[in-house]
Structure formats: structure tokens, C-alpha cells
Design a protein around this ligand. Structure first.
Ligand code: NAP
Length: 249
């Protein structure tokens, strides 16, 4: 019997949830619980961590999960690493649903860095007006360069003071578009953008806006995830599930 655990938190996970619901596949949608109001899904939902690899193994067994689809964000490397280990231990087939990373086009001025420390190092020490398009994690890393202004874009209003002396937050949930991202950069007189190479159409708007305005971008490379089968579309995952069911896996 097919029973899918879908690890979510991305546009791709939401697209797959719709296909699974339409096809009446028995599936559970899992959120980490990072945002105050996670988007409703047309599948039964659970929210919160599993408790590491051991917790996920126990969950897979208790819920009799037959397949896991890891559609978490490419930077959610801990969850993806845990899923690889837990699925191997529990003998459950796993697939990653992953959007391709972005590649620079003519007119882009990107500096690639390996991690957030590299992004901090790549910025001027003072006087820059930086759009930190990195979510809420790692914002405090930039406190070592207090002479810059930082603009954050967050899904939920911050519950405590921002950990940077000269910063402002705009509250918005993607997907975003070129015109409004260009306006945002102009309104705040942004000189530098820091972003993660998350991939995807909606999140790319800030990079297109940067190109239009001739602004430099510091782009953080994706973290390492152990090898696993990867598919790049929700349709391909549906075909994989169909095929596995035919084989009785
Ligand atoms: P992470 O560092 O890889 O995960 C940390 C821990 O959070 C995991 O070990 C797991 O806890 C729990 N977790 C993560 N995703 C989960 C899920 N879908 N269901 C249940 N538990 C989950 O992940 P993160 O970077 O904090 O991202 C958290 C969520 O935000 C993910 O769902 C991701 O898709 C979404 N998101 C992340 C980013 C980003 O830039 N990192 C951007 C957009 C959306 P246990 O070990 O206790 O199981």
C-alpha cells in the first residue's frame, strides 16, 4: 500500500501536494513549523521536527510510510541528510524533489561564496546598503559588520529586536516579481544583495532586479546533501510513485 510522507516548505511541495490530493494518493504533508501560519495543504498535515534520524525512523515505521518525498528547500540540508539516513535504515524509498540552481546571465554581477561566513566576508566593512534576502536564520552573522545598513525580508514580523544595529524588516511572503523587487531595491537605495542559490522562479526576481539596476549580488552556494535520487518536477515524482507501486515497492 502506498503511503507517502511529503517533506514540505517549498512551492514545489505545494504543487506536488495538489497532484497527490487530486490522484487521491494516501499522503501526509510535513512542515518544520518555522512560520506562524503555514500555508494550508489539501493533504493531512503534521507540523514540527521528528527528533533527528531516530525519530524519523520511528515515525516512518509507526505511520507505515511506503515512500518519502523530500521537497524541502535546497538549504534545509539537515532535514535532507536525516531523510537519507532514516530511509536507508527503515528501507523506505526516498526521492528528492529539487529545483535547479540559478546560473548567471549576461549582465549579472555575482560573487559565489561557499557559506554565510563567505557572504559576510564579501561585503564592504561599512557604508553598504545590503538587501539580506536570506530569511531569518543567519542574520546575526552580519553583526560583525555593523557599519552597513541591512534590509531583511521576513515571512512573519520579528518577535524580538533585530540582531543588527542598523536594519529594517519588510514582511512579505513570495513568490515575488521583478517590478516590485526593483521598486524595493530602489526605495531602500540598496547597493548589495545577499541571497542563497535556492533556485525557482519567484525567488529569482530579486536577482533580475539587481541585474536591471546594475547591483552586485553575493550568492551563497547550496550546502552538501548526501547522494540520493533527485527529480526536478512534481509530475516526475508522480510517475516515480506510479512506477514504484506497479513494481510493488
Ligand atoms: P534544516 O536546518 O534542514 O532542518 C532542521 C530541523 O528542522 C530538521 O532536522 C528537522 O527536525 C526539522 N525540519 C526541517 N524541515 C522539516 C519538515 N519539512 N518537516 C518536519 N521537520 C522538519 O531546515 P531549515 O533550513 O530550518 O528549514 C526548515 C523548513 O523551512 C523546511 O521545511 C524548508 O523546506 C523550509 N524553508 C527553508 C529555507 C532555507 O533557506 N533554509 C527556505 C525556504 C523554506 P528533526 O531533526 O527534529 O526532525
Amino acid at each position: 500500500m502506498t503511503r507517502v510522507l511529503l517533506l514540505g516548505g517549498t512551492t514545489e511541495a505545494t504543487a506536488l501536494a495538489r497532484l497527490l490530493a487530486e490522484a487521491r494518493v494516501d499522503a501526509i504533508f510535513s512542515y518544520a513549523g518555522r512560520t506562524d501560519k503555514p500555508m494550508a495543504q489539501p493533504l493531512p498535515m503534521r507540523v514540527g521536527g521528528f527528533g533527528g534520524v531516530a525519530g524519523l525512523v520511528a515515525y516512518l515505521r509507526a505511520e507505515k510510510i511506503s515512500h518519502v518525498v523530500d521537497a524541502t528547500h535546497p538549504f534545509a540540508a539537515q532535514m535532507s541528510t536525516n531523510a537519507v539516513a532514516a530511509c536507508a535504515e527503515a528501507g523506505v524509498p526516498l526521492v528528492g524533489l529539487e529545483r535547479p540552481g540559478w546560473h548567471a546571465e549576461e549582465g549579472d554581477a555575482w560573487t559565489h561564496v561557499a557559506d554565510m561566513g563567505g557572504a559576510v566576508a564579501a561585503l564592504p566593512s561599512e557604508g553598504a546598503r545590503v538587501f539580506l534576502a536570506i530569511g531569518k536564520q543567519h542574520v546575526s552573522d552580519f553583526a560583525v559588520k555593523p557599519g552597513n545598513f541591512y534590509l531583511l525580508r521576513l515571512v512573519d514580523p520579528p518577535k524580538a529586536a533585530l540582531p543588527l544595529p542598523n536594519a529594517e524588516a519588510v514582511i512579505a511572503r513570495g513568490p515575488f516579481d521583478l517590478a516590485s523587487d526593483r521598486q524595493l531595491l530602489e526605495r531602500h537605495a540598496i547597493t548589495h544583495i545577499v541571497a542563497k542559490n535556492g533556485g525557482g522562479a519567484g525567488a529569482r526576481a530579486k536577482l533580475d532586479a539587481a541585474r536591471a539596476l546594475g547591483l552586485p549580488v553575493v550568492l551563497v552556494d547550496r550546502p552538501h546533501v548526501p547522494p540520493r535520487r533527485v527529480l526536478t518536477s512534481a509530475d516526475a515524482v508522480m510517475a516515480w510513485l506510479d512506477h514504484s507501486a506497479d513494481l510493488g515497492v
